[in-house]
Ligand binder design. Sequence first.
Ligand code: ADP
Ligand code: MG
Length: 170
Amino acid sequence: MIIAFTPSADETKLLASAVAELIRPGDLVLLAGDLGAGKTAFTQGFGAALGIIEPITSPTFTLVNQYQGRLELFHLDVYRLDAVDEVLDIGLNEMLDEGGVTVIEWGDTVIPALPADYLQVSLRMGEGDDDRMFEIELVGPRWSARTRALSTALAPWLGEAHEMPRVRER
Ligand code: ADP
Ligand code: MG
């Protein structure tokens, strides 16, 4: 688990672009966190780093948006799905096989339908309005091999916990 902090949406986009530098064809990234946490903002920075020029918008109603950059990006939002299997019905496995990159907002809710290798990025609100905390888990061999590279890439956002004081125990 890697813990990181950002103080603004722009910094979240930069963090996401650092993640995108390590991405490989066929990778899967899950984004978890409440509405407004910054899942779409993350995807915007991520997509820009993949060379996507088109504006990246929330796929809340379309379920999946597709973009062409250096790699193809499939951007899903599964908030509205009623059943886990629906993510397969909308063609997840085909997307992964295309050799692009798949990013799923609310992806933590459909883990039983997913392959065993993915990066899970969980966003939480922090102390200030624009503070966010990231818990990043590298799941499966495909990702665990990149643990050190990812920690290095995210160095600018690690260990800034002083900006978000911990709740003190009584
Ligand atoms: P989600 O997709 O998780 O519902 P969005 O990315 O659509 O969230 O919205 C996040 C909102 O929070 C945006 O208005 C963004 O500008 C704002 N924001 C403020 N600080 C941050 C931050 N540190 N990281 C990401 N978004 C932030
Ligand atoms: Mg969103």
